[in-house]
Design a protein around this ligand. Structure first.
Ligand code: HQG
Length: 193
């Protein structure tokens, strides 16, 4: 597969495994898993035929490691980002002192008054990487970086989970753990309004 085909297939698989398994007529189990054979057959039936090798290639080359195979390689699921009902079964984990969330200016007032909410997803997504965070914020316009006092959240008894691809998940971040970072080292100058 070339880069374009790989990206297209990866997006389609993420769509199926996170949001709409019905697109190819499958049902995920309670933890979001589906058999690889079953997925391949369903994709073939719905005009997206790929080989097992191509599926493996998409899983291993995905820039954010969105997809994951079971230990025996027989099943596949998305690591996070679902809108369909799933129980991913991650264990609560101890976060670093600081995590980041990327959003955009028009959401900031609401975020600082209501906290970070999970919106259409199952969790609020936080990151250890400022670079990744800026990319997330940039999807919606000029990105804004929020620093999250994740260490204090943890000490206060709020639960955070870490996915295998290093995304931190939580139910809600109350406003007093959120700090707006303005013009960090001029980085935001790179993103015109
Ligand atoms: C915002 C993609 C107003 C929140 C990305 C965000 C990420 C509020 C949007 C991953 C709010 C929800 C997750 C409040 C939160 N008032 N706006 N109280 N609370 N928001 O897409 O974090 O490519 O559900 O700031 O790269 O943007 O899919 O979450 O802007 O890693 O793997 O509401 O999804 O990864 O948007 O993105 P999303 P997100 P994938």
């Amino acid at each position: 597969m070339n880069d374009k085909q790989r990206t297209k297939t990866s997006k389609f698989m993420s769509l199926v495994l996170r949001h709409s398994p019905q697109t190819v007529g499958i049902t995920l189990d309670a933890a979001g898993w589906i058999g690889v054979d079953e997925l391949l057959a369903a994709m073939a039936r719905h005009d997206h035929p790929i080989t097992r090798e191509q599926l493996m290639e998409v899983v291993s080359t995905n820039d954010k490691q969105r997809l994951c195979l079971s230990e025996d390689g027989a099943r596949i699921r998305a690591n996070q980002g679902h809108s369909v009902e799933v129980e991913l079964g991650y264990e609560p984990a101890t976060p670093p002192e600081m995590l980041y969330h990327g959003t955009t200016m028009r959401f900031v007032d609401s975020v600082l008054s209501q906290g970070l909410k999970k919106m259409q997803r199952h969790h609020v997504h936080l990151s250890e990487s400022i670079e990744q965070t800026m990319k997330v914020g940039q999807r919606r316009g000029r990105p804004v970086l929020l620093e999250i006092d994740s260490g204090q959240m943890h000490r206060d008894g709020l639960v955070l989970y870490r996915t295998p691809n290093n995304v931190w998940l939580t139910d809600h971040v109350p406003p007093h753990y959120i700090h707006l970072v303005l013009d960090t080292a001029g980085e935001q100058d790179a993103y015109p309004r």
